[in-house]
Design a protein around this ligand. Structure first.
Ligand code: CTP
Ligand code: MG
Length: 286
């Protein structure tokens, strides 16, 4: 593993400290104690060539905690620290940059991390962190997915490295629910004469075939040039994006899927937080 030098200058008003080795010979965190599954054969060729970008600058409105979601205590540490620990333990990752909410940048200070101030939107936060990335590959991850494992990171990286024609590879899980498309009554087919809508309930228009449907997760690993191009697209579209892969796809990029477990859940609501707490506590007890 080689320390890398940051390309370009950090965004104004932010702080970046990189050029450090990760994974010192310290005791492994509980995150990296998870049992390894069959390693992807491309893992070895991708050692330490990736920078992790952790998007942690959201407010966490739907969680409704006192402060930003990434800093909410979870199984004994602030939520974002679970993701940081997984990236520290991941073989292909040589450096980490975290996009923090304004006012929280110094909470991760003094550690072996690059820290930048995030933006108004998720994409703005990722763009900000990307300015501090000097590797050819970047792994973008939501701090809101604290159950990430180092094995999953290595496998998503390996999926991309194994296909030189691909621009990105993402963790995703097959959709298990039956998915309905619905709309307000007024926008569906004309009501039958004499029939009035009484409840105002949405009306099902169709049931989608869930066979080819995947729920996108993070990490999402990209060739940095492809991601930079994608983030340079129409600002409204970029601001509305809920993941980076959709921007790379829209720019004509080829994005691969690495099947990942539903346990790699996203903490959005208080229920998710309870689930994550249970799963992480159970993992630590193993
Ligand atoms: N994120 C970010 N910068 C933003 C908005 C979101 O870095 N301006 C990050 C969040 O910190 C989170 C990830 O993007 O790790 C996924 O976003 P989401 O789950 O929607 O988190 P929040 O935006 O914080 O939550 P909410 O939408 O409920 O406010
Ligand atoms: Mg959000």
């Amino acid at each position: 593993m080689t320390p890398h030098t940051v390309a370009g200058s950090p965004p104004t008003g932010s702080r970046v400290a990189l050029g450090y080795p990760l994974r010192p010979p310290a005791a492994p965190s509980s995150v990296c104690d998870a049992p390894a599954h069959a390693p992807n054969p491309h893992r070895a060729s991708s050692a330490a060539s990736v920078t992790a970008v952790i998007a942690a600058a959201g407010s966490g409105e739907r969680l409704g905690a006192d402060g930003p979601k990434a800093f909410v205590p979870l199984a004994g540490r602030p939520m974002v620290e679970w993701s940081i620990a997984a990236f520290r333990a991941a073989e292909p990752v040589g450096s980490i940059v975290v996009a923090c909410p304004p006012g929280h940048v110094h909470e991760l200070g003094g550690r072996d991390l690059g820290v930048v101030e995030g933006g108004e939107t998720r994409s703005a936060s990722v763009s900000s962190a990307l300015e501090a990335v000097g590797t050819e590959l970047v792994a973008v991850h939501d701090a809101a997915r604290p159950l990430l494992t180092s094995e999953l990171i290595a496998d998503v990286v390996a999926t991309l490295v194994g296909d030189p024609g691909a621009d990105g590879a993402i963790a995703a899980t097959p959709v298990t629910d039956t998915i309905k498309q619905a709309a307000p009554p007024a926008t569906t087919s004309a009501p039958l004469p004499g029939v009035e809508t009484v409840s105002g309930a949405l009306v099902v228009e169709s049931t989608l075939d869930r066979g080819p449907l995947w729920a996108a997760q993070t990490p999402q690993v990209f060739r940095v040039e492809a991601l930079r191009r994608a983030l340079g697209a129409d600002p409204d579209r970029v601001a509305a994006a809920t993941d980076e892969a959709m921007l790379v796809e829209a720019a004509g990029g080829r994005v691969l899927i690495h099947p990942s477990p539903p346990e790699n859940l996203k903490v959005t609501t208080p229920l998710d937080l309870r689930l994550a707490e249970l799963l992480l506590s159970a993992r630590s007890a193993q």
